[in-house]
Design a protein around this ligand. Structure first.
Ligand code: NOJ
Length: 535
């Protein structure tokens, strides 16, 4: 059994604005990323995903694009982008770009033309209506916005300055496909596809039905008392996944990963009924709100295995640029963060880590009123505590603070006077340089897990079987490929646990003391180990 590279790889998400600043303006950039490629190579990640760096008014920090074929000047030039692709490849790594197909910036020349009159050549490139229907946007409130030039409303799935393209217009589709081809031809290894499941809307714009759900969750975007029956997950979007796959196939084995916050039963449709007939990967966002218990993960894994059975491949992600950081969810406890990393890198699935996760960066609490992220400004009326209780990340600035490289000024991210977002105050304790020196740091745990994963085919492409009848709080699964069988045991409890085994040899220990002896596996609190077994 040999899987395509994109089913065996490990992903690392870079938010370019916050990763590394090479020209001291307080904003990360492409040359900054290039400077840090050796770090990522050494750490052991195989593929980087870079959030959008294209021309943009930056009201949603690059997810509002005004030219897909040019680079935002604060991030660099086209030459820098090409150099980034080349330098990544030179290190034997891969790079995927972030493609926003659903919407553009309202400053994109297409939209400026489209809104100027009802009969210009781009009049039908966006979704215009004389009267809004009842749909609300993904950020709350009606997604319809009035433009007096046309005396009509346009639809925006996300924020008002991000008008949705009309994919039923053949010129739009053709143009967006050309854009996708452009970067693949330049050597990009694939795409992360922004809100892929909202691209098509109901052709008749029927009203969405009522729902009891107030808060949308990562696995179900119904919320604000409305289902998304007609505004998301339309059959045409499933077809688009197939068509997009054909397009990327023109360029060889390319990775496509869908950002799809949808009900569980819908997710797989974007990967196709058959393998190789849809997007190659789909994020499973449910895990972004994980609970740190063996029982939670046992259920999640069993469910994901049903939804993405071999030869499909799931994706495990615990942090990204929109949601609470995983270490924050764990109260900054590094023992728990190590166990979570062990889980992520040993499950059957592509792991996707977010910059700073490898050193346990936590959220920086920031007020809504002064947020750079536009979303919190919609919610300044509500008490912060409410959102914390509902587990909703409203101010995404909190998870986008500069990468903490070392204990020098601005955490080594930039030598500017001020950085675009403040550096977290804990940077003198939590930084890459420090964790490189400490052998049992979270960073070094990431490194040894990534190494171990690369050296063991069972972890990259093996089957997964959950082990039953384990002590409370212990999660176990067997990964098997060819003649190799590995048993992973993870203790989600604080108390040490013993597991009786027939015969097994410890091949990986998370902490000193996690070891098997005389037919018993001894797991310390939050301990973990991998054993070579014969089954
Ligand atoms: C989802 C992205 O992850 C988020 O950061 C962005 O604001 C929206 N899509 C709109 O593009």
């Amino acid at each position: 059994m040999s899987l395509p590279w994109y089913h065996k790889t490990t992903l690392y998400q870079i938010y370019p604005r916050s990763f590394m600043d090479s020209n001291d303006d307080g904003i990360g950039d492409l040359q900054g990323i290039i400077q840090k490629l050796d770090y990522l190579k050494d750490l052991g990640f195989e593929t980087i995903w870079v959030s959008p760096f294209f021309a943009s008014p930056q009201r949603d920090f690059g997810y509002d694009i005004s030219n897909y074929l040019s680079i935002a000047p604060e991030y660099g030039t086209m030459d820098d982008a090409l150099q980034l692709i080349e330098e990544t490849h030179r290190r034997g790594m891969r790079i995927i770009l972030d493609l926003v197909l659903d919407h553009t910036s309202d400053q994109h020349p297409w939209f400026l033309e489209s809104r100027s009159s009802r009969n210009n050549p781009k009049a039908g490139w966006y979704l215009w209506k004389d009267k809004p229907n009842n749909w609300h946007s993904m950020t709350g409130g009606s997604g319809w916005h009035y433009a007096k030039e046309r005396g009509q409303y346009y639809w925006a799935s996300f924020l008002p300055f991000q008008p949705d393209l009309n994919w039923r217009n053949p010129d739009v589709k053709k143009t967006m496909f050309e854009i996708a081809r452009f970067w693949l031809a330049k050597g990009a290894d694939g795409y992360r596809l922004d809100i892929f499941n909202t691209i098509y809307k109901d052709a008749q714009f029927r009203d969405n039905p009522f729902s009891w759900k107030l808060v949308p969750t990562p696995d179900d975007t119904s919320g604000f008392f409305q289902k998304t029956t007609y505004s998301q997950d339309q059959p045409e979007s499933f077809d688009l996944a197939k068509e997009f796959r054909k397009l990327t196939d023109e360029f060889g084995e390319k990775l496509t990963i869908g950002e799809i916050a949808a009900r569980r039963e819908v997710l797989r449709k974007y990967a196709g009924e058959e393998i190789n007939d849809g997007l190659t990967l789909i994020f499973d966002f449910e895990a972004l709100q994980f609970k740190f218990t063996a029982e939670y993960f046992r259920r999640l894994i069993a469910d994901i295995e049903k939804r993405f059975p071999h030869p499909f491949m799931p994706v495990y992600v615990f942090s990204n640029h929109d949601k609470r950081r995983s270490a924050d969810r764990l109260g900054g406890d590094f023992r728990k963060a190590k166990l979570l990393a062990m889980l992520q890198f040993t499950l059957r699935g592509v792991p996707c880590a977010y910059y700073g996760e490898e050193i346990g960066m936590v959220n920086l609490k920031l007020p809504f009123k002064t947020a750079l992220d536009p979303i919190p400004h919609k919610y300044t009326f509500a008490p912060r505590l409410l959102f914390d209780l509902l587990d909703v990340t409203v101010n995404r600035d909190e998870v986008r603070t500069p990468m903490q490289w070392d204990a020098t000024k601005n955490a080594g991210f930039s030598s500017a006077e001020a950085t675009w977002l403040p550096v977290h105050a804990n940077y003198e304790q939590v930084n890459v340089e420090r964790q490189k020196r400490e052998t049992d740091s979270l960073l070094n745990t990431f490194k040894s897990l990534l190494n171990f994963r690369r050296e063991n085919p069972a972890l990259q492409e093996g089957s997964l079987e959950l082990v039953e009848d384990l002590p409370d709080e212990v999660l176990g699964y067997i990964r098997k490929a060819g003649s190799q069988s590995l048993l992973a045991l993870l203790n989600f409890g604080q108390k040490p646990r013993d597991v009786n085994l027939k015969s097994a040899e410890t091949v990986f220990s998370l902490a000193v003391g996690d070891e098997a002896k005389d037919g018993v596996a001894h797991l310390g609190g939050f301990g973990g180990m991998i054993l070579s077994v014969s089954v």
